[in-house]
Design a binder for this molecule. Structure first.
Ligand SMILES: Cc1cc2nc3c(=O)[nH]c(=O)nc-3n(C[C@H](O)[C@H](O)[C@H](O)COP(=O)(O)OP(=O)(O)OC[C@H]3O[C@@H](n4cnc5c(N)ncnc54)[C@H](O)[C@@H]3O)c2cc1C
Length: 395
């Protein structure tokens, strides 16, 4: 178990050491004199219990630049550039090809395996000097007062009490903090499960990411090596259960049939993991002495590859607002500024992913309407620009 903080009032306690919580902790560690404690309920990962999954994240250019700034280094083989994005629809002719070079960029962003990203964040956390960490430690209860929050933690068999000026909920989709505060949620169950894995294809991916829409759910390929790609295939939950139980050969045949022949035959598939898909959008991201960030604030459909990119922007904005309010950390004015800074980006990004997911995954008759949407994107510079900006994480 890692070390505990002393009993006096802390400035910030970050609950949740997922990708977003760690990013915030790193950003706060850059502020000398700020007393920060980062809590995580799970034990430190080990080779026997690696904790991280099979996903591959598409990180926008803005996110990779920000992570560089935070001292997060993925190491050799940790990043794979996305130089092109190809969007198409099964059974329709329309398609959109976005070229990074046409926008004067070497790449729209990078694909980073979840393990590599989490490992790089963990390494950066291990190099921090001012930050206190407690892990495994679970927030059990809290009560906000006028000038601080009282916290009760479960640390092994012990109960520990602390006080902080600001409590940050980075505790994920089922956030205990957000739930305890009864912050209203806008929710939607997409009735789909994403199957996540890695595959090998016959033809060179050449840095191209593919997003293909089918009547029964989207399928995305994220370029890793020349012939290896991360796969995210969304299916109705009962179909996903069948697909997860299939032999590798049958699964490859199914995925290839949904994707089409553009990349030749599909050869090998890695471990498959299911992710049920839902939207959860918190109507408020602040409460007395509390700020909510990352998936605790909004869990969105992965179709636009925006969840972590958006959560990272929450974390960076919160760190900046804290820096601007060093004498009033957790104050009403500080929290109002954080909420206002995040309002438009959160709403637009969640709406964008939700609209894309519902429009493209529905079983409504397709044909000309959706082909037209893609063809319009090809021909309307403004829409293309919006797609490019969202792909880069600049929103
Ligand atoms: C299939 C799929 C593909 C995706 N692809 C992309 C992509 O390409 N690009 C992208 O930007 N995003 C993507 N995302 C979204 C991204 O995974 C999430 O937005 C991001 O991981 C959220 O991180 P988080 O730290 O907010 O939450 P979490 O990762 O859920 O972390 C929350 C942490 O809080 C801890 N915790 C919970 N309760 C307590 C407690 N009481 N006390 C202490 N600790 C607690 C948990 O143990 C956990 O570690 C994808 C998501 C899915 C499902």
């Amino acid at each position: 178990m890692e070390s505990a903080q002393s009993e006096s009032v802390l400035d910030v306690v970050v609950v949740g050491g997922g990708l977003v919580g760690m990013s915030l902790a790193l950003a706060l560690d850059r502020q000398p004199g700020l007393r920060v404690l980062a809590l995580e309920a799970q034990p430190a990962p080990s080779p026997q219990a690696p904790r991280w999954d099979e996903r591959h994240f598409a990180l926008g250019r803005a996110s990779t630049l920000a992570l560089d700034e935070l001292g997060v280094a993925y190491g050799a083989g940790g990043q794979h550039p996305i130089r092109r994005i190809h969007v198409s629809r099964r059974g329709a002719f329309g398609r959109t090809l976005l070229e990074a070079a046409a926008h004067g960029l070497p790449a729209f962003g990078q694909i980073v395996p979840a393990r590599q990203l989490a490992g790089a964040l963990e390494d950066a956390m291990a190099r921090t000097t001012g930050l206190e960490r407690l892990r495994p430690a679970r927030l059990q209860q809290f009560a906000a007062r006028d000038d601080h929050v009282e916290l009760e933690l479960r640390v092994g068999d012990d109960t520990k009490r602390l006080r902080t000026r600001l409590l940050v909920a980075a505790d994920g989709t089922d956030s205990v903090i957000r739930n305890a505060l009864q912050i209203p949620l806008q929710s939607h169950d997409y009735a789909q499960t994403a199957i996540v894995t890695a595959i090998e294809v016959e033809r060179d991916l050449d840095g191209c990411a593919y997003e293909r829409f089918t009547g029964s759910g989207p399928i995305a390929l994220l370029p890793l090596d020349r012939r290896r790609a991360g796969l995210v295939m969304s299916l109705a939950p009962d179909h996903a259960a069948i697909a997860l139980a299939m032999s590798d050969e049958d699964f490859l045949a199914l995925a290839e049939q949904r994707f089409g022949t553009r990349l030749g035959r599909w050869r090998r598939v890695g471990q498959r993991q299911p992710w049920p898909l839902k939207l959860q959008f918190a109507e408020r991201v602040v409460d007395r002495r509390v700020a909510v960030i990352g998936n605790a604030a909004q869990t969105i459909h992965p179709i636009g590859a925006q969840g972590f990119n958006l959560g990272l922007r929450d974390a960076l904005a919160l760190a900046e607002v804290i820096a601007a309010h060093r004498d009033g950390v957790g104050s009403e004015a500080m929290l109002a500024e954080y909420a206002e800074r995040r309002r438009e980006d959160r709403e637009r990004t969640a709406r964008f992913s939700d609209a894309l997911a519902r429009f493209m995954a529905s079983d409504l008759p397709i044909g000309p309407l959706r082909s037209f949407a893609l063809l319009s994107a090809e021909h309307l510079p403004l829409l293309r620009e919006a797609l490019v900006r969202s792909a880069m994480g600049f929103r």
